[in-house]
Ligand binder design. Sequence first.
Ligand code: M6R
Length: 374
Amino acid sequence: EKEGYPHFMLKEIYEQPRAVRDTIRGRLSMTTGQVSLPDLKLSEEELLKIQRVVIASCGTSWHASLVAKFMIERLARLPVEVDYASEFRYRKPILGKTDLGILVSQSGETADTLAAQAEMIAHAMPTLAVCNVIGSAIPRRALGSISTNAGPEIGVASTKAFTAQLAALFLFSVYLAQIRNTLSSEECYRLLSALGELPNQIDAVLRSAAPVCERLAKEFYGAEDSLFLGRGIHYPIALEGALKLKEISYIHAEGYPAGEMKHGPNALIDETLPVVCVATKDPNDPESVLKYEKTLSNIQEVTARNGRVIAVACENDQEISRLVEHVIFIPSTVEALLPILEVVPLQLFAYYIAVERGCDVDQPRNLAKSVTVE
Ligand code: M6R
């Protein structure tokens, strides 16, 4: 059932164009420029009453939730809070009826996420499940849901479920923006056509980045520590890249917001430290370009201390090639969708390093696919 792939993880990485395609299928119409999410079970009037979104989740799903905060706040101008589900109940969260709760979970069975959902329901909040397993506990208890249609995920390291979660959360953000009138119809059209092109772009990344990542893995597999940096919506992808690497290769990896380096982590940099930097941009979006430029100066702080930078950047970026040792190129798209393309090379990088180190990629030590205890 690995269909010729040596590991489920690699098979699932390669299934991502299909997973994203199946998650957007039937939910977006390019002729009307509309998003439809029939299982939401919340009317437009009910959604208009929502004043805040509160998301709870764990691990990779928590990283997807952090990306969703940027998507929803930027596109629909609604405040979003994101919690680790395991922390949620223990800080007596201030919740009410005008808050919308979202639970993001691949399995739909994670005990901490279920407990966070129970807390939300106890506060009379409507809850929405973004899950990959239909009929699992979280969507059963939720008012509405947006299923991710990634198909069964076997590898303990989550890959295709993550990109499908981002696609589902992006659709929800555009839907909210349409209801709340925070974007022009031209802007919505631009976002939705970018989403339509995404599966083919993921395909292109798989083809171009896999050999580069395999080569980089041969060079870096001996590392004991590593850093992953990103700014804004790209910061959760740095966290996800670090989680993938530590989870399957047992290399110590930390994700940091690029601008935080000078507040401590710069002290770690020496000529042996791999520093993976997400430095992409949407050239048509001035905010995105500004963020990119700030990230470039953070990268220069690393190279000035002889850190070994591996950058993930957009095609045709000649500036970055001059600055750093290694670049993995991806196509450009709208800022809110760049994370889906960025994470693919980071998954491949972690995968090839784990293989090089002889690790059990699909079944890493001490971990379970579904964490059903708190
Ligand atoms: O099934 P869930 O999405 O609720 O699981 C949450 C985490 O346990 C999960 O994402 C975990 O972090 C993965 N092993 C990461 O690859």
